[in-house]
Design a protein around this ligand. Structure first.
Ligand SMILES: Nc1nc2c(c(=O)[nH]1)N=C([C@H](O)[C@@H](O)CO)CN2
Length: 124
């Protein structure tokens, strides 16, 4: 299985359950591991034959900047659904953090895995 990844993508958005959180924008931080086959692109150096991490990042930025979720769970689930339905990704692991949300903790958040992980074939 090959992975295309995005690390510590930071986006400002309205997120949170408390009244004061509905009035401001906070930063969420995203790590994403996406299973895809990189071999066709490696053989041809053709960006159209792989998963374009810039295109994924731009799509997530556009979605999250406009969103106003209460829970990070909902945001994570919807981001995963977008990636799996709009990009050539069969499986993903998504970490969605809300740094600074808890005093004393550098970061808090959720990690989800969605989709079908490709089978690892035994080496002969
Ligand atoms: N599992 C979660 N716990 C909490 C969330 C959340 O989205 N998922 N949100 C909050 C508050 O919005 C908090 O971030 C404010 O500091 C609390 N717990």
């Amino acid at each position: 299985m090959d992975i295309v990844y995005i690390k510590e993508l930071e986006i400002r958005t309205v997120i949170g359950i408390y009244d004061w959180e509905r009035e401001i924008k906070q930063t969420v931080s995203i790590d994403l591991d996406m299973a895809t086959d990189i071999r066709p692109a490696a053989a041809t150096e053709d960006i159209s034959k792989t998963l374009d991490y810039k295109a994924v990042s731009k799509r997530l930025i556009a979605f999250v900047e406009e969103a106003e979720f209460l829970l990070i769970e909902t945001m994570a689930e919807q981001m995963a659904a977008i990636i799996l339905s709009e990009f050539p990704v069969g499986w993903l692991r998504l970490r969605l953090g809300k740094p600074g949300a808890v005093t004393g903790a550098r970061d808090v958040g959720v990690i989800i895995e969605r989709g079908q992980q490709p089978e690892r074939l035994p080496r002969l």
